[in-house]
Design a protein around this ligand. Sequence first.
Ligand SMILES: [Ca+2]
Ligand SMILES: [Ca+2]
Length: 585
Amino acid sequence: MSSRTPMHLAVAVAAVTALLPTVPAVAADRPPGAATTSSFLVGAQRPSTARSTDPTRLTDDLAAVGRATGARLTVDRVLATGDLLVHADRPLPRTTTEAVLSRLRARADVAWATPAARLAPDQTPDDPSFAAQWDLTDPVGGVYAEPAWDSGADGSGVTVAVLDTGVTHHRDLAGALLPGYDFVSSAADARDGDGRDPDATDPGDWAEAGDCGPAFRASSWHGTHVAGTIAATRDNATGIAGLAPGARIQPVRVLARCGGSIADLVDAIVWASGGTVPGVPDDPTPARVLNLSLGAPGACDPATQAAIDGALARGVSVVVSAGNAGADAANFTPASCAGVITVAASTTMGERAGYSNRGTSVALAAPGGDHEHGVLSTVDTGRTTPEGDGYAEYAGTSMAAPHVAAAAALLLGQRPDLAPAELTGLLTGTARPPVSPADCRCGAGVLDVDLALRAATGHPGDTTRVLVQVGVRPGDPEIEQPGVHLAGTLDRLGTGLPDWDPGAYPLRRVDTTGPYRTVLTVPAGTELEYKYTLGDWDHVEQAYTDSDAGCVDVDNRRLTAGPAGTTQVVADLTGSFRGVWPCRR
Ligand SMILES: [Ca+2]
Ligand SMILES: [Ca+2]
């Protein structure tokens, strides 16, 4: 396991006094929204009464609904439940879908109506290292990739430009790569023998001792790592899975030996977003999302802001790493530029990593890992020039940003009409909130791709998340040793475990003084009762009413899970165990 800090642009940037206004808009040539519905489930009134849904009568009325909405609707069949399957003659855009649903729901004989969900196999990818990708799967620190994939989203049709060191021809990326461009103008640093050219292959960015520091620096393969997080091939029995495995990567080289030039970055932003750069042929496959896992100290300069404004005006989202200085991102560029999505790094516990920049410039956080658990992705094994395919764990905000870029691709694949500001709102509006916003200073919290997709497609689903945190007094040895578990209405938490099984649901912590935490996905609106335990019946806060005399009588904790598609934070704070342990049943 190795951890490296990401590359930074080795350029001093002059302070600026004014930023240009950001004008997000959808370019006129973008296709309309592709999220469509071609079938509906229509719920019959229960119990069956004289007002039950009659397929014949409904068929007649569907014709009227169709005339009003421009769709031709027919009853396909009656399901075993008595509910009806209704088909449209063609995929209906979202506005028509909503019109059809409101007409159906207005009927006295219809209990409910919903678009018929498209099912996908609920399987785990066969990529052998998928189990190590906590950033995609961990309920506490991950981004909930699998439920997002189960909805059918994979980023197909969306191009993400990775402005970085270029990429190697890694076998786990082979199907994802589009032609790119090498914008590194310094032939001395480029290591490919020339300045700008159409080949974005990464020849290695190693530096000899004295080049840009006293020590030798091995090649980082930074762009290959970032690209793998976004779109490494899933289900190819090889390595890892990218978060948006159907997306295409356009590699754009701006970093090389000792970093890169902000002037090259400005041109690359313009080019990859579909603008024109003198002396360079226009990009035949402009991106909808740019990933910039790079930065330099200083404020956002007017040239960089102008390039970003141009991208936004062409409907292109710009995702930027917050930086790794453990400081306010407002003092770094392009993290502080207007209109970008600035991403802090979070850990396996869903907390901001200590090295991550923070502050009001940050839109949200995503897994960047730390020295214990980095983000696993594609690299080359060469110390200088490329030698062969490999995988490595890196930590940094550079690793966090591509999760958000991939999330943007997943949303755009379902909703190509989304303008940059809408996309930002969907990603931040569904993030897992920090338990302590004042400590995290990480914007809206940790990326949740599943909830973002549900919000983007207007299907909030029937589950919600509950982030449970219990703080324990530092220095209480009895609490520190065995670990804290949750006991309660466990079968209703979807665990398959019996109710009130102490020790069945471990709460996670990363050190002996920090809080314990878990995230449960439960039916929306569920009433939960719970207590904390040390893992057995002797150490339940208070299990049942027949507990032995001498135990401190503490009522069960209760909560009502929130509405569908949201995350509720429940923090039971320090000191809550005093006088409870042990309590023999
Ligand atoms: Ca070159
Ligand atoms: Ca793979």
